[in-house]
Design a protein around this ligand. Structure first.
Ligand code: PEP
Ligand code: MG
Length: 316
């Protein structure tokens, strides 16, 4: 069945009744681009830029080096969308020159946007490099910040983007429950949301994403997580803005249908998952996805949510 799905899967992501859901790729650098193009990704929904910073743990890469790497990814999607996430250091991705060493709880400490606001020169160089990389290209650049907690964070990031002269849409990742709960207020400062469901699950369930013993709570089918996705998507809709998903949740074909039913406007995943998600989404109408989403949210456990969604979609 997987092979059949691959063979018939091509073109833009959409439900069977033509509701478009762009299918984008998560990439970690230029090396991941060929697979994304091959899978028919409509762009990049999450460009994790950490890879550039791993060579030298003492200092940030030069602006020139960054421009070169960003340009390679941007050039691969002419006319397409590329959503770049600024450096997400700390917690599971520590960097010597940015991450404090004495934090008792690194996941709750200075990480993501917090590190960048403490080191504005690192953020400025990255944003300037992105502006230069996009110069003269027809690509549709979007730039987003990881670990936005509230409107103050969102404003600080948007201000930094404006100061760097970046001509792009600025967005906020929703990875902290406070951001989902107050998504409308964050959307007063930025133009789009992108749900990082890996961290959102970690912080919603107080369950470390690196600890296997609590993996039950990291299950993206958890109805509480679906509630926060719904809140974010509804807020974006009310503000006339977009709300994508770029966490692992988007790569599960059935869950992708549920996320679509919750109002999510694009799905970004590892390239290998794109054909399967595209093929599954094409089997159902938006109304079916909405009914599956409602059934999943009405469940009490991740397991029951999946069974309920499956039952709706298979017409039981
Ligand atoms: C996430 O947290 O869901 C996410 C997409 O970011 P990362 O996995 O890189 O933390
Ligand atoms: Mg994250």
């Amino acid at each position: 069945e997987r092979k059949a799905a691959l063979a018939t899967s091509s073109g833009p992501g959409a439900t069977s009744d033509g509701h478009k859901v762009p299918l984008l790729a998560n990439v970690g650098g230029p090396a991941d681009v060929p697979a994304a193009v091959e899978a028919g990704a409509e762009g990049v929904g999450l460009f994790r830029t950490e890879f550039l910073f791993l060579d030298d743990s003492k200092k940030a890469p030069s602006e020139e080096k960054q421009v070169e790497a960003y340009r390679k990814v941007l050039e691969a999607f002419p006319e397409g969308r590329v959503v770049v996430r600024v450096l997400d250091a700390g917690a599971d991705k520590p960097l010597d020159f940015l991450t404090p060493v004495d934090e008792p709880n690194p996941a709750l400490g200075v990480r993501g946007l917090r590190s960048l606001l403490d080191h504005p020169e690192v953020l400025r160089t990255q944003l300037t490099a992105l502006a230069k990389a996009a110069e003269g290209l027809p690509v549709y650049l979007e730039v987003m910040a990881p670990m936005v907690a509230d409107r103050t964070d969102a404003k600080a990031f948007a201000d930094a983007c404006r100061e760097a002269g970046l001509r792009a849409k600025f967005g906020a990742m929703v990875e902290i429950p406070s951001a989902a709960l107050r998504a409308r207020s964050i959307l007063q400062e930025v133009e789009f949301l992108s749900l990082g469901t890996n961290d959102l699950a970690q912080y919603t369930f107080a369950a470390d994403r690196q600890v296997g013993a609590v993996s039950r709570l990291q299950d993206p089918w958890q109805p509480a997580l679906l509630d926060l996705v719904a809140l974010s998507a509804e807020a974006a809709k009310a503000e006339g803005k977009s709300c994508g998903v770029c966490g692992e949740a988007a790569s599960d074909p059935l869950l992708a249908c549920v996320l679509t039913g919750l109002g999510v406007t694009s799905l970004s995943m590892g390239a290998a998952s794109i054909p399967y998600v595209r093929a599954t989404l094409a089997k159902y109408t938006l109304a079916q996805c909405e009914r599956a989403a409602a059934a999943a949210r009405a469940a009490d456990t991740a397991h029951d949510a999946r069974i309920a969604a499956q039952a709706v979609l298979s017409g039981e």
